[in-house]
Design a protein around this ligand. Structure first.
Ligand SMILES: [Zn+2]
Length: 79
């Protein structure tokens, strides 16, 4: 298991996610983002708008995703 925070995954808070694969942790952060979005959290709304901007360009979205995947892969395993 590895740990990444909401912020590290393009979000807005320090909530930690723990998962064994990048796909899993990305899914957890997405779910959390949607929950915060529905709760109307201003910081997460802003972060999500920035992600939406990024998603307009598939190339920058892929690049962002691959960078995060690399970041995840270089993280040490949780004790
Ligand atoms: Zn968050």
């Amino acid at each position: 298991m590895k740990t990444m925070t909401c912020k590290q995954l393009g979000g807005a808070c320090d909530k930690e996610f723990h998962a064994g694969t990048f796909e899993e942790i990305a899914g957890m952060s997405k779910k959390h983002g949607m929950e915060m979005f529905q709760a109307g959290d201003a910081d997460h709304l802003k972060a999500m708008n920035e992600m939406m901007e990024l998603m307009k360009s598939p190339d920058s979205m892929n690049e962002w995703f691959e960078n995060k995947r690399k970041e995840f892969n270089t993280l040490p395993e949780d004790k």
